[in-house]
Ligand binder design. Structure first.
Ligand SMILES: O=C[C@H](O)[C@H](O)[C@H](O)COP(=O)(O)O
Length: 230
C-alpha cells in the first residue's frame, strides 16, 4: 500500500464518525483532501452536512466538489473536526501546520465538540519534534519574536535553526496574513510547557503544538486502519 492509499484508508475510516446533519470542521493537507473527496461522494448521494473549512485551500476543494460550506461566524459551534497531522504521539499530542493552516485549524478544532485525526503510520512518534515545529508569527517585530522564541527554546534545552518559511521568491504568508517560523528543535521533552510558554510571547500568533485537543486518531498502515484514543 503506498502513502496515498494509506491516507485514503484513514479518511475512509473517519467517515464512519460523520453523522447526517453534522456541523463539520474540515482540515487541511493531503490527508484531509482525501477525506473531502470521500465526503463529497456521500454528499452527492444525499448525505447532509455543513462544513467549515480550515483554509482557503480546503474551501476551494470543497466548492469544486460540491461540499456545502459555512463560515465559522455562521457556525461557531461544531460537532466534529476531521484533520490530518504532521506528528502524533501516544497521548494524541500533535504537531500541525506543515501546510501553514495551523491557526485556523486550531480555532476550528477547539470550536468542535470532538477532533479526530487522520494520518498514515509514518506520522506516529514516541516524542514530538522530528518534524519542524511551525510557529505562526506577526509580521511586525519578526526579529524580536524570533529572538524570544530562541531564548525560550534554550530554556527548554532546545536548539536548532528557526527559519522563516518561504514560498517561491518570498516569505510564505498564511491565510491570516502572518509568517511561519519553522523550528528544527528535534525531540521536544516537555511539549505541554513549551506550548503554553510559546503562547505567552506577544508576537506569536499560534503554534503547531495541539495539546489536549484531539481525542481519537485513525492511523492507517499497510494492514489497515487502527484507532488510537486517550
Ligand atoms: O497546515 C497543515 C496541516 O496541519 C496538515 O493537516 C498537516 O500538515 C498534515 O498534512 P498532510 O496530511 O498533507 O501530511
Amino acid at each position: 500500500m503506498d502513502a496515498r492509499e494509506m491516507k485514503i484508508k484513514a479518511a475512509q475510516a473517519a467517515l464512519d464518525y460523520v453523522e447526517d446533519g453534522m456541523r463539520l470542521g474540515i482540515g487541511t493537507g493531503s490527508t484531509a483532501e482525501e477525506f473531502v473527496r470521500l465526503l463529497a461522494e456521500k454528499v452527492a448521494s444525499g448525505f447532509r452536512i455543513e462544513g467549515v473549512p480550515t483554509s482557503e485551500r480546503t474551501a476551494r476543494l470543497c466548492v469544486e466538489l460540491g461540499v456545502p460550506l459555512k463560515s465559522l461566524e455562521e457556525l461557531p459551534e461544531l460537532d466534529l473536526t476531521i484533520d490530518g497531522a504532521d506528528e502524533v504521539d501516544p497521548m494524541l499530542r500533535l504537531i500541525k501546520g506543515g501546510g501553514g493552516a495551523l491557526l485556523r485549524e486550531k480555532i476550528v478544532a477547539c470550536a468542535s465538540a470532538r477532533m479526530i485525526v487522520i494520518a498514515d503510520e509514518t506520522k506516529v512518534v514516541d516524542t514530538l519534534g522530528a518534524f519542524k515545529l511551525p510557529i505562526e508569527v506577526n509580521v511586525f517585530g519578526l526579529a524580536a519574536t524570533r529572538i524570544a522564541v530562541e531564548k525560550l527554546a534554550a530554556r527548554h534545552g532546545l536548539s536548532g535553526e528557526i527559519a522563516v518559511r518561504t514560498s517561491g521568491d518570498g516569505p510564505f504568508m498564511t491565510d491570516g496574513g502572518h509568517l511561519i517560523l519553522d523550528a528544527s528543535f528535534g525531540r521536544i521533552p516537555d511539549a505541554d510547557a513549551l506550548a503554553c510558554e510559546l503562547n505567552a510571547i506577544p508576537g506569536v500568533v499560534e503554534h503547531g503544538l495541539f495539546i489536549g485537543i484531539a481525542s481519537l486518531a485513525i492511523i492507517a498502515g499497510p494492514a489497515g486502519a487502527r484507532v488510537m484514543t486517550v
